[in-house]
Design a protein around this ligand. Structure first.
Ligand SMILES: Nc1ncnc2c1ncn2[C@@H]1O[C@H](COP(=O)(O)OP(=O)(O)OP(=O)(O)O)[C@@H](O)[C@H]1O
Length: 241
């Protein structure tokens, strides 16, 4: 798999034009690597992912997927170009079955039922434990199982760039570890991963490169080794974790 590099440059973005949340942020998620963005609550991490996913257009700056600026394209075009989002918090539809929830990940293929069924089948082959749960309402599953459904749903269009927002919140330590192992497996397939996290320790452990945002601006950055030593202790202290 040849995954692209996602390069966001001089990003200004937010919800109220006069008060942008991101005020000139530069973040690059290199092809086939796990790039982690840390920062305190409200620093703008989720906003950054919303821009990368096409849910929020930047006021200024560029979002380059290799040589193409996707910054002003809507979310469905980002999906078509191979960018997938695992949003923060629970995002399954509790009354729909597990199968129906996973199928929603292939919304863009809905006019081609055969292709959609094959894409869902490929994901169920990857996660055989979900096959046995296919007819269950998603709301009846454990938190960890629902997270697996959300990951499966994201993978239906086979995205090459994964945007992952605080994937372990609310999960037990064992399930959280499985989620980070899965991110490493997805990286081993050559996918580009941009991970936003509050769990500094777990995120740094899987990171190739780490950015820290502080109130809408770049603060410090470096490769994982820089964050495993004293710098890591400093960031953890700063974040209060
Ligand atoms: N939909 C929205 N409308 C208006 N303001 C918003 C919206 N979403 C987020 N904000 C504001 O934007 C700022 C940055 O939020 P964001 O969610 O990007 O931060 P974060 O770093 O991801 O923090 P957290 O870890 O708490 O999710 C916050 O002040 C937040 O209140």
């Amino acid at each position: 798999m040849t995954a692209p590099t996602l390069r966001m440059t001089s990003l200004v973005a937010g919800y109220i034009p006069a008060h942008p949340v991101l005020r000139g942020v530069d973040v690059t998620a290199r092809a086939g690597r796990i790039t982690v963005v840390l920062g305190p609550n409200g620093a703008g991490k989720s906003t950054l992912l919303k821009v990368a996913a096409g849910f929020l257009a930047p006021q200024q700056g560029t979002v380059m997927l290799d040589g193409t600026d996707i910054g002003q394209l809507p979310a469905h075009r980002h999906i078509a170009l191979g960018v997938g989002l695992l949003p923060q918090g629970r995002s399954t539809f509790p009354d729909l079955t597990v199968y129906e929830n996973i199928e929603l990940g292939g919304w863009s293929m809905r006019s081609d039922r055969k292709r959609l069924a094959a894409a869902v089948e490929a994901v169920l082959t990857r996660y055989p434990h979900l096959r046995a749960l296919c007819d269950r309402p998603a709301g009846s599953l454990s938190g960890g199982q629902q997270r697996a459904v959300e990951i499966a749903r994201m993978l239906v269009p086979d995205p090459k760039v994964l945007l992952v927002d605080e994937p372990s919140v609310g999960l037990s330590p064992i399930v959280a570890r499985q989620v980070y192992q899965e991110l490493q497996a997805l990286k081993a397939e050559g996918r580009t991963i941009l991970l936003v996290d509050q769990d500094v320790r777990a995120a740094v452990a899987v990171a190739d490169y780490v950015y820290v945002l502080g109130s809408g601006r770049n603060d410090i950055e470096g490769d994982r080794s820089a964050f495993e030593g004293d710098l890591g202790a400093m960031v953890r202290g700063w974040l209060g974790v």
